[in-house]
Design a protein around this ligand. Structure first.
Ligand SMILES: C[S@@+](CC[C@H](N)C(=O)[O-])C[C@H]1O[C@@H](n2cnc3c(N)ncnc32)[C@H](O)[C@@H]1O
Length: 307
């Protein structure tokens, strides 16, 4: 039984429905397999590579998609690394970024500040945990991390309090310290005071932004001509990266600004195919979708530098 509700499912399926016969699509963030399931159903000839770095959630996708195993290849790993191992050019790539409701509600890894879980936040279960960062980083680095990845204006206060309360080992302990560090009525009660710090730690622990940049570039390089890319983001840091890359690829002239005349031939590598937000009905029925932005792109040609 899945706990996550897929975001902008119809929009994603509509975008990919006209892929060529027998096409290969990479679901780079399969999660519990909601988007994959709908795509496989909509296109009985489609083949899928289903990726996720989290083996626990991937086990759930394997169960859910058991009826279509002849059309799926599951791969476990970070998406920016798995593109290096691809043998075939895909005709479609889907990124549905961040974490799933499964991580908040059922992973037991401290993604949710309402729980009494260990402060872990690692998707891969390898490398330093969120507790390692909170308990070992110098105050200034912790403040910078919270400000940069959480876009948290109270970063200085929060970092100071965290240092003061070390060691911090559980998610609810962290949330409580942050709630006590910020002024009353913070954010007018719109979000829990710890939301931005939790986001910052999760991004840092999993190198989410670095991996996204690398995966977009590698994915775009791998994508075949006419191939389609769809990316769903959930916060402005991610969306800025996607928007910048998409803009870059769809620009006709890519000469450096100091060139007086265009020398690149002026042909864009891609065309933008839309920027969508969830409908008010979806926002109401699935509140975590509220901050989502879906950006769509069609690749027109390979870069000259691409193999
Ligand atoms: C929002 S969920 C996907 C939900 C899925 N589309 C659905 O409809 O059920 C994002 C998934 O991507 C995985 N993920 C996040 N960053 C990743 C990365 N860099 N490499 C591989 N998987 C990643 C997470 O483990 C999570 O399961």
């Amino acid at each position: 039984m899945s706990v996550h509700t897929s975001v902008m499912l119809r929009e994603v399926v509509d975008f990919f429905t006209d892929l060529p016969e027998g096409c290969l699509l990479v679901d780079a963030t399969t999660g519990e397999g909601g988007h994959s399931e709908a795509l496989l159903r909509a296109r009985p000839d489609l083949r899928l590579e289903c990726w996720d770095v989290d083996r626990d959630i991937q086990a759930r996708a394997r169960e859910r998609l058991a009826g279509a195993l002849d059309r799926i290849r599951f791969r476990s790993g970070w998406f920016d690394e798995l593109f290096d191992e691809m043998e075939e050019e895909p005709g479609g790539i889907l990124f549905d970024l961040g974490i799933s409701m499964f991580h908040f509600r059922a992973s037991g890894r401290g993604f949710s500040f309402r729980s009494g879980e260990p402060l872990d936040m690692r998707l891969s279960r390898q490398g330093p945990t969120a507790a390692d960062l909170v308990n070992t980083l110098p105050e200034q680095e912790l403040e910078d991390l919270i400000r940069t990845y959480g876009e948290e204006r109270m970063a200085q206060r929060i970092a100071r309090e965290l240092i003061h309360h070390r060691p911090i080992t559980t998610a609810d302990q962290l949330a409580l310290i942050i709630a006590q560090a910020v002024p009353r009525g913070y954010e007018r009660g719109r979000i829990h005071p710890a939301t931005r710090t939790f986001q910052a730690l999760r991004i840092a622990v999993n190198d989410e932004l670095g991996r996204l940049e690398r995966a977009l570039d590698k994915g775009f390089t791998r994508l075949n001509r006419g191939g389609k890319m769809a990316v769903i983001t959930f916060h402005s840091l991610e969306d800025r990266i996607v928007k910048t890359r998409f803009k870059e690829w769809s620009r006709s002239c890519i000469c450096p600004p100091e060139k007086a005349r265009c020398e690149c031939g002026g042909k864009p590598l891609a065309s933008l195919a839309g920027r969508l937000m969830p409908t008010p009905e979806e926002c109401e029925s699935n509140p975590p979708s509220r901050s989502a932005i879906l950006r769509l792109l069609v690749k027109l040609r390979h870069r000259r530098t691409d193999a």
